[in-house]
Design a protein around this ligand. Structure first.
Ligand code: NAP
Ligand code: FE
Length: 368
């Protein structure tokens, strides 16, 4: 058994400023990657640039990362980063900005790799420039995983790239959630929930790495009612939401995500469904399928969440994210491609049959 998260992680209010020396020690010339607006609005970009200005570190800002970042975007960003002569990348934002920063860090260190070839497995592990992650959503945990999910629109593929890129430093401050709408907090918290559930219901789950999802699920249960209520999320919960998301990232860093994440990518790519709900729609049916295989694990997950059974789990998710409609033709296409996705199917404890895959699609999506 091995536990390995090589990222130096701080989860504290104002940690970008209080750990300025750590941020300045990562490199001499920085490339900052963000989405179009949120990092400017929530103060995270300003916190980082103030530290870099005070430390006389030159930087360039690339604020064009879209949701579910594409190979084209990371290719353009890598070109700019190279021209500016940077030696480290700072990703500020949700999983999209942080994943894009990881991909650019890989391209920067490997000028011979084209962005369009990022999904091709390398012959040997490749180096990457150091990455600093400043998350502003409470879902992906990308600051604590080696994973970058990139979309190649030319081949209609949304998938993790086969390179391991752990950030060198993660500065996690819940205060950036103050600008997030409740729907964004719910969507991303559902992603974190899925990371922990998929990490436990996984062939790579063991006594050692389980300490992350088991503790994280307990924390998740403590803000569950706030997510379910009609009121805005109280600011006193922001740090717990962020901490849980980072812990959920550490969970999948050891096991990887499994079937619900594998199913979500087509829903995002072809229907534009945001990542959290796209995963969440499949989660309850996956848990139901796993209950027959690993009943003790499912019991433990429900216990930690303070839920009585799988029906309660499904009702909670439906209340949070609703249901998703697709055409029957789409659903059948998604199911056919999922049945060939061994990298996810092989992670299910006890294995999963094609009929069980169909059951998850039928139970999770409304067809019209
Ligand atoms: P996101 O795509 O990064 O951001 C979603 C939206 O939220 C964007 O419009 C963004 O605006 C906005 N936003 C971000 N922070 C905000 C804040 N504090 N206040 C208000 N708005 C804010 O969403 P995400 O769910 O965090 O990331 C999803 C991506 O991560 C997907 O591609 C998914 O596949 C991937 N993912 C990665 C991992 C991993 O381990 N690497 C794990 C799970 C998922 P701006 O565009 O203006 O910034
Ligand atoms: Fe996810």
């Amino acid at each position: 058994m091995r536990f390995y998260v090589p990222t130096d992680i701080y989860v504290e209010k104002d940690c970008v400023k209080s750990h300025a020396p750590n941020l300045l020690a990562v490199g001499k010339r920085a490339f900052i990657m963000t989405g179009r607006t949120s990092a400017k609005k929530n103060g995270s970009l300003n916190d980082v640039t103030e530290v870099l200005d005070a430390g006389h570190v030159p930087y360039q800002v690339f604020d064009q990362v879209e949701e579910n970042p594409s190979t084209d975007t990371v290719g353009n960003a890598a070109k700019q980063a190279r021209e500016f002569g940077v030696d480290y990348i700072i990703g500020i934002g949700g999983g999209s900005a942080i994943d894009a920063a990881k991909a650019v860090a890989l391209l920067l260190a490997n000028p011979n790799v084209l962005a369009d070839n990022l999904h091709k497995a390398p012959e040997k592990p490749l180096d990457h420039a150091p990455v600093v992650a400043v998350p502003t959503t409470c879902g992906t945990g990308s600051e604590a995983t080696p994973v970058a999910i990139i979309t190649n629109h030319k081949i209609h593929l949304k998938k993790s790239i086969p390179h391991r890129i752990f950030p060198a430093l993660a500065l996690v401050d819940g205060k950036y959630l103050a600008s997030a709408k409740k729907a964004l907090i719910i969507n991303t918290a559902v992603d974190a929930l899925a990371h922990m559930v998929e990490s436990i219901l996984n062939v790579y789950s063991n006594a050692f790495n389980r300490m992350c999802p088991e503790y994280g699920l307990k924390l998740w249960s403590e803000f569950k009612d706030a997510l379910l209520s009609d009121s805005p999320v109280d600011g006193s919960l922001y740090e717990k939401l962020m901490l849980t998301s980072t812990i959920a990232g550490m969970s999948i860093a050891h096991t990887s995500t499994s079937v619900p994440h594998g199913m979500s990518y087509d829903l995002t790519l072809h229907q534009g469904v945001p990542h959290g709900p796209a995963v969440g729609y499949f989660l309850a049916a996956y848990v139901e399928v796993c209950e027959k295989k690993v009943p003790e694990d499912v019991k433990r997950i429900l216990e930690l969440l303070g839920l009585k059974g799988t029906a309660d789990f499904a009702a909670m998710l439906e209340r949070l994210i609703g249901k998703c409609k697709v055409t029957r033709k789409m659903r059948d296409q998604f199911a056919a491609s999922m049945k060939a996705n061994r990298s996810k199917l092989d992670l299910v404890p006890g294995g999963i049959t094609p009929e069980e895959v169909d059951f998850i699609y039928e139970k999770s999506l409304i067809t019209e």
